[in-house]
Design a protein around this ligand. Structure first.
Ligand code: NAD
Ligand code: TYD
Length: 354
């Protein structure tokens, strides 16, 4: 039976991807994750008992470990999610972003190249290195700019997006120089189950349920394109199945919203699903000091993946956000477990001087 290796599999998107993969595909999965603050083994509980899934705790920078996994499992692909992923954390502490996102990707590319060079015939032809990246590498749009196409020049503005941009360039170079069969996806903001409550949507749900302030950076008019995580995972599977090696695929929801619109939607859903006797949840909205270098707007032109691979988002924002709020209401134990002491330290660091 064929195998794929998934890095960052205990994080938000990685775990959703592994659940979907085990449900929809036949290959086995080896999940590699260092279990940082963002990685949580409980995210993989739904596939725990499946004989096709195996979890390995380890760092993507550990070349000896990665080489051993390649030799032992002879994967047909590696799907690379592992990263430091939160812009605000990258502002407070960029070093770990350079280590994991840049050095870690470099290290994985080296291991994958050594493995691929040892393959022959059909096995060599079929091998893929799929690098999961973000729309943030393209920079910030004005309200009237066209959405990001794959040809847009890179203009990363945060330590996070700069480290992802650096990784994207390495992946591109390993294809052009060494011929490694790579694929890159650049996706917009994801939301859905198992997202750590440091990102906007789960943070707002978590705070609203506790009656705490809902912090809006600046005036709340920054725009993001939001995509349900399951649709992103389907897009990655489509690119892995049919994408042209060396090519980049932008993935997005055709769903631009201001932050304030997103927060209002969550508040209104909570008012209907879990009314607060103290009053409407919108009363908790609090404007706080803006994020330094805050990108104004992201939007994705997802025509290439639609035209070449037939992928389109299946969920609208209205259905996806409703399911997501429901998931957080139904999974309070998961939330309580991840918001441990370490989470509280982060919240006080990020919000106390705003
Ligand atoms: P996440 O922070 O929830 O998960 C990251 C995972 O990587 C965690 O499980 C963590 O333990 C693991 N990890 C971190 N450093 C590691 C290391 N050195 N070795 C091994 N594992 C390590 O992130 P996410 O939101 O699931 O994002 C996954 C990927 O998708 C990232 O590459 C991110 O840049 C990209 N992406 C995210 C979004 C989004 O909206 N969340 C959008 C587009 C692209
Ligand atoms: P985030 O979820 O951190 O994703 P990204 O910065 O990668 O887009 O933030 C989404 C948007 O929400 C972004 O414009 C910043 C804003 N935001 C707030 O207004 N308040 C918050 O507490 C957080 C975490 C984000």
């Amino acid at each position: 039976m064929a195998t794929i290796i998934v890095t960052g599999a205990a994080g938000f998107i990685g775990s959703n991807f592994v659940h979907q993969w085990i449900a929809q595909e036949s290959d086995s999965v080896v999940s590699l994750d260092a279990l940082t603050y963002a990685g949580n083994l409980a995210n993989l509980a739904p596939v725990d008992a499946d004989p096709r899934h195996r979890f390995v705790r380890g760092d993507i920078c550990d070349e000896a470990l990665v080489a051993r996994l390649f030799a032992e499992h002879r994967p047909r692909a590696i799907v690379h999610f592992a990263a430091e992923s939160h812009v605000d954390r990258s502002i407070h502490g960029p070093a770990e972003f350079v280590r994991t996102n840049v050095t870690g990707t470099f290290s994985l590319l080296q291991s994958a190249l050594a493995h691929w060079r040892g393959l022959e015939g059909a096995e060599r032809d079929a091998f893929r290195f799929l690098h999961v990246s973000t729309d943030e590498v393209y920079g910030s749009l004005s309200p009237t700019d066209p959405p990001f196409a794959e040809t847009k020049a890179y203009e990363p503005n945060s330590p996070y997006s700069a480290s992802k941009a650096a990784a994207d360039h390495l992946v591109r170079a390993w294809h052009h120089t060494y011929g490694l069969p790579v694929l890159t996806t650049n996706c917009s903001n994801n939301y859905g189950p198992y997202q750590f409550p440091e990102k906007l949507i789960p943070l707002v749900i978590h705070n609203a349920l506790a009656g705490r302030p809902l912090p809006i950076y600046g005036d709340g008019s920054n725009v993001r394109d939001w995509l349900y995580v399951g649709d992103h995972c389907r897009a990655i599977r489509a690119v892995l199945r049919g994408g042209v090696t060396g090519r980049v695929y932008n993935v997005g929801g055709w769903n631009e919203k201001t932050n304030l619109e997103v927060v209002h939607t969550i508040c209104d859903l909570l008012d209907a699903m879990r009314p607060d006797p103290a009053g409407p949840h919108r009363r908790l909205i609090t404007y706080v000091k803006d994020r330094p270098g805050h990108d104004r707007r992201y939007a994705i032109d997802a025509r290439r993946i639609a035209e070449e691979l037939g992928w389109r988002p299946a969920r609208t924002f209205e259905t996806g956000i409703r399911e997501t709020v429901r998931w957080y209401l139904d999974n309070t134990k998961w939330v309580a477990d991840v918001v441990s002491g370490d989470y509280r330290t982060w919240v006080s660091r990020n919000y106390s001087d705003r």
